[in-house]
Design a protein around this ligand. Structure first.
Ligand code: 5GP
Ligand code: ZN
Length: 117
């Protein structure tokens, strides 16, 4: 079973695997997506190894609030607060979740279509 030691995002957050980190605090880490879909594409990742949105617990409420405040801060720093952006959390197969550690995509820097494909 996949655990923390073989988790890609746990290993990026611990520095074992390189990543371009743009924000770090005691609850979350944010780094550049290696395969950006938009001019700005940052992954905001809670440090705690939570597999997906389905695995969130009541105790995580503050952590998920923090994710949104970090998204707001990074959007301003990257210059997309006014032009607009999305914060997306893919959960499960239909959403295309590829990494089994909950993460939030901050995407923006160009107009995006809706609904998603
Ligand atoms: P998901 O499809 O699970 O919502 O998103 C996973 C994201 O992780 C994808 O956007 C993918 O480009 C990104 N990703 C995959 N491997 C790596 C990596 O080694 N480093 C970084 N920085 N991002 C990665
Ligand atoms: Zn993990």
């Amino acid at each position: 079973m996949m655990g923390m030691s073989d988790c890609l995002f746990c290993n990026i957050m611990s520095g074992k695997i390189p990543g371009t980190i743009v924000h770090e605090d005691d609850g979350v880490v944010a780094f550049e997506d290696v395969n950006p879909q938009t001019p700005v594409h940052i992954l905001i990742v809670p440090r705690r190894h939570i597999r997906s949105l389905n695995d969130l617990e009541e105790v995580d409420a503050g952590l998920i609030g923090r994710v949104h405040l970090v998204a707001k801060k990074i959007a301003r720093e990257k210059g997309i607060a006014g032009s607009g952006y999305r914060l997306v959390c893919n959960c499960g197969p239909d959403a295309g979740q590829a990494v089994g550690h909950i993460h939030f995509h901050l995407i923006g820097g160009r107009p995006m279509s809706w609904p998603p494909g």
